[in-house]
Ligand binder design. Structure first.
Ligand code: RM4
Ligand code: MN
Length: 388
């Protein structure tokens, strides 16, 4: 069994990346509810992300989404983040919010539209060069709504061509993370619907093309930890987009709907010794806070991931292995459940105190007055949002 010091060290090293879009206004296709104090610029999103890091100590970076986070000077933006104690992380491309993309972006039958989409992806790599970001995350809304609408196989060829051009452009220490999603906005076919499709493209491209598992992007009942275990074996798990779902791509706070699933996923990561930053797995949140206050919701999400990881680190791996090898089903299951059923909140509070942080990050943030401050300071101008 791991000793307490090793568990605490692993938890201190484990980093969780925040999404810039969690701080802007968001909603569903029915309504976006505005909140007071929402950032008006990418700079203010970085200020808010820095608050999450300040109270958790493990959220060192903020992912950006282009064009939502377009700025005039990306080096200056990166310097601003740095002066707040965080860095700009993954660059997310956006080829789904332009009229030209009605029939797809890089898979569109029209070569002019494909070129436009590819240019955007290449521009995202330029931005990575300026911000020092290491990962380009690609998610495509491409697909079709009706049988016969387009040629399924030809669309795969167009996708492969665009991915190859982007891969070619990456610097030696940059990676491409290819995300998949079962359906939505396309309802009949999606061009990257599952991990098999993503993995096939990544394997064709090379080792710096990796699969991203967004926990909300599967059919109900899919065993996500199995997918994670296989991608880890293939050395193709680039990272996670963490969130929770009850039905489809709900984007709720990670660990809120099914904390046990999060524990099972993180157990595979720890079992493969892939928790530490050196393993190269990007642990990102991909969430929207439509009805709850955003900064505390991000803090809560980071805490939820930490709680799952802490429980996993408590698993008696030797006892588990021994039980598995002799086929003791109940003892093996108990080794996992004993750890899962442990209340790790006191351990995490103790760790935070050792890190010089308040034991209860949400309470400390709420007491700080930052929320009231931004509500009164950010009255003018238009709040950021993804424009649903
Ligand atoms: C997509 C996908 C991407 C995220 C956007 C906002 O569904 O999950 O990762 O960047 O939403
Ligand atoms: Mn995602």
């Amino acid at each position: 069994m791991r000793d307490l010091r090793a568990i605490k060290n692993a938890l201190t090293q484990h980093q969780i990346e925040l999404p810039s879009w969690a701080f802007g206004n968001s909603g569903t296709r029915f309504k976006v509810f505005g909140q007071p104090g929402v950032p008006r610029t990418p700079y203010e999103k970085a200020d808010d992300a820095a608050q999450v890091h300040k109270y958790t100590g493990v959220a060192h970076s903020m992912a950006v989404h282009i064009p939502w986070d377009k700025v005039d000077d990306y080096s200056d933006f990166a310097a601003h983040a740095k002066s707040n104690g965080i860095r700009i992380g993954t660059v997310n491309s956006n080829v789904f919010q332009d009229d030209d993309y009605k029939l797809g972006s890089v898979c569109n039958p029209d070569p002019r539209v494909r070129r436009k989409a590819l240019d955007h992806l290449l521009e995202c790599v330029d931005i990575m060069d300026a911000t020092g970001s290491k990962d380009l995350k690609l998610w495509f809304a491409d697909g079709t709504n009706y049988p016969g609408q387009d040629d399924i196989s030809a669309r795969q060829d167009r996708l492969a061509e665009a991915l190859a051009a982007v891969y070619e452009r990456l610097g030696p220490d940059q990676r491409m993370l290819l995300e998949y999603k079962l359906f939505e906005p396309s309802f009949y076919t999606t061009d990257v619907p599952d991990w098999g499709t993503s993995l096939m493209h990544c394997q064709t491209l090379g080792p710096r093309a990796q699969v991203v598992v967004d926990t909300g992007h599967h059919a109900p009942g899919v065993n996500i930890e199995f997918i994670v275990a296989l991608l880890l074996k293939a050395k193709r798990l680039g990272g996670f987009d963490f969130n929770s779902r009850f039905y489809a791509d709900d984007d709720l706070m990670v660990g809120a709907a099914d904390p046990f699933q999060l524990f099972r996923i993180m157990h595979e990561v720890v079992a493969a010794d892939a928790l530490a930053p050196a393993a190269g797995i990007a642990f990102m949140l991909d969430q929207c806070h439509n009805i709850e206050p955003k900064i505390p919701a991000q803090i809560r999400s980071v805490m939820n991931v930490q709680e799952a990881v802490a429980k996993v680190l408590l698993v008696d791996a030797d006892a588990l292995k021994a039980a598995q090898l002799v086929g003791d089903v109940l003892a093996a299951n108990a080794a996992l459940m004993d750890a899962y059923n442990t209340d790790v909140r006191p351990l995490l509070a103790e760790l935070r105190a050792e890190m010089g942080l308040a034991p209860d990050p949400v309470a400390a943030y709420l007491a700080s007055g930052y929320g009231e401050e931004i509500s009164s300071e950010r009255k003018e101008g238009s709040p950021a949002g993804w424009g649903a």
